[in-house]
Structure formats: C-alpha cells, structure tokens
Design a protein around this ligand. Structure first.
Ligand code: AP5
Length: 220
C-alpha cells in the first residue's frame, strides 16, 4: 500500500474547514472526497426521495437519520474511484454511524487509517459560516474575507455563480453547533480510544492547516 493510500475521516464542527481541506487533500493525493452534506444537497437538488426526506432535518440543523446516511455512504463506497483511498468529510457524525462504518469497512477489508479532528473556537466558526460562499456549479467553497474569489460572486475555477447556503443563517448555525456538541463530539473519545485520532489546530490559515495536516499524516 502506498504511504498515501489513506482511508480517512475528517471530523469537526460546522465551519471547521473539513470540506476545504478534504478537497485539497483529495486532489493532491488522488483520493475520493466523500462529503455526506454534498451528497444530501445533490439529492435535494435532484428531488430524490432521500433529498426530500432530508430537507427538513437539514433546514433545522439536526442530523438526518443514521440508516439513510449510512446507506448513502455504503453505496458511494462501491464506486471505483474510492479504490486508491477516500476521505469521509462530515461522516460519521454519531456513534451509531461510526459503528456501522467500522463494520462495513471490516467486511470490505478496507479499515480506516486515520481520523483527523479539526478544532476551532466556536466564535470563529460563526464568522466563517456567516461569510461562506459556495459555487452552485462545481461546489468550490470561498469566504467573503479570508478566502475571497477573484471576482465578486463568481467562482475562480468554473465561472459559476456563488451563493450562501440556506443553513448558514445564524439561527441554523447555532442549532448545528448544538447538534455537533451533543451528537458528534462524543466521537472524539470513541476514536481516541481506538488509537485512530489525530488532532489538528484548524484555527490557523488554510495554508497553515494544510501544512499541519501534511506533517500529521505523512508520519502515519
Ligand atoms: P455539512 O454540509 O456536512 O455541514 P457541516 O458539517 O456543518 O460542515 P460545513 O460544510 O458547514 O463546514 P466545513 O467544516 O466543511 O467548512 P468549510 O471547509 O466549508 O452538513 C449539512 C447538514 O447535512 C447537516 O446539518 C445535517 O443535517 C446533514 N448531514 C450531513 N452529514 C450528515 C451525517 N453524517 N449524518 C446526518 N446528517 C448529516 O469552511 C467554512 C468556511 O470557512 C468557508 O467559507 C471557508 O472558505 C472558510 N475557511 C475554511 N478553512 C479556513 C481557515 N483555515 N481559515 C479561515 N477560513 C477558513
């Protein structure tokens, strides 16, 4: 196995930069980037039964039921692009999901190699989410100040139109943070106990976080 054949989980609160770092790391190392938030938003856009069911949960900033999300990830892991390795971004988010994932990966003989925890102070997360801009065409993520596009409202990569996610409203962000504290934060000790967790200080610049990630994962 190449030192870069990682099966990774990026874990952290909303706005910690999981998606930003996962996109960069996946591109650099040829891994599949699997974001459950993105998969659910695609289902919503395509008006599938999963998307229509998930909408209400996402609008309220609470988690979509485990069985739905686990099945979605199971299906996605069947794709050939995951063979060199994958990054799960925003999954698992509950102990139930983590348990189901571990069993599924054991069946496939593809265990997780590392779980990276991205830590940022809550007040910074709120600022990050309030200024986030997402490309409607390719999904690339920007920030009005810290990661601004070259031209206002337009994606640097594909000229697509940038929009603010509806769940980045102040009220929904607070609900998402509470959901994280209650349901997802317990996964930190769950993975630490299994000797899989690496902590990253994600409050630094995007480039500094990327460097920290490189140093942390290259010694694995
Ligand atoms: P999801 O889309 O996964 O949202 P999230 O986990 O809340 O994470 P975000 O996408 O908000 O943040 P991020 O950490 O990726 O940060 P980003 O890189 O974009 O989930 C949405 C909803 O779907 C959930 O609420 C739930 O309902 C449902 N769902 C999803 N997965 C589920 C699951 N497994 N189970 C059940 N339900 C599920 O960065 C944020 C901003 O900060 C950007 O503007 C970026 O440019 C900027 N930024 C990034 N890094 C830095 C930096 N180092 N310095 C300064 N700015 C930075």
């Amino acid at each position: 196995m190449s030192p870069r054949s990682h099966n990774l989980v990026f874990l952290g609160p909303p706005g910690a930069g999981k998606g930003t770092q996962a996109a960069r790391w996946a591109l650099r190392h040829g891994l599949a980037h699997i974001s459950t938030g993105d998969l659910l938003r695609e289902n919503l856009k395509d008006q599938t039964s999963v998307g229509m069911m998930a909408q209400d949960f996402m609008d309220r900033g609470v988690l979509v039921p485990d069985d739905v999300v686990c099945q979605m990830v199971r299906d996605r892991l069947e794709h050939q692009d995951t063979e060199p390795g994958f990054i799960l971004d925003g999954f698992p988010r509950t102990v139930g999901q983590a348990d189901a994932l571990a069993r599924d990966l054991a069946r496939r003989h593809r265990p997780l190699t590392r779980v990276v925890s991205f830590a940022v102070r809550e007040e910074d997360l709120v600022v990050r989410l309030a200024g986030r801009l997402t490309c409607g065409r390719c999904g690339r993520v920007f920030h009005q100040k810290s990661n601004a596009p070259k031209a206002q409202g337009v994606c640097d990569d594909c000229d697509g139109e940038l929009f603010s996610r509806s769940d980045d409203s102040e009220e929904t962000v607070l609900a998402r943070l509470a959901t994280y504290r209650e349901e997802t934060a317990p996964l930190l000790s769950w993975y630490r106990d299994r000797d899989l967790l690496t902590d990253i200080d994600a409050s630094q610049s995007i480039e500094a976080v990327e460097g920290a990630l490189e140093r942390a994962l290259e010694c694995q």
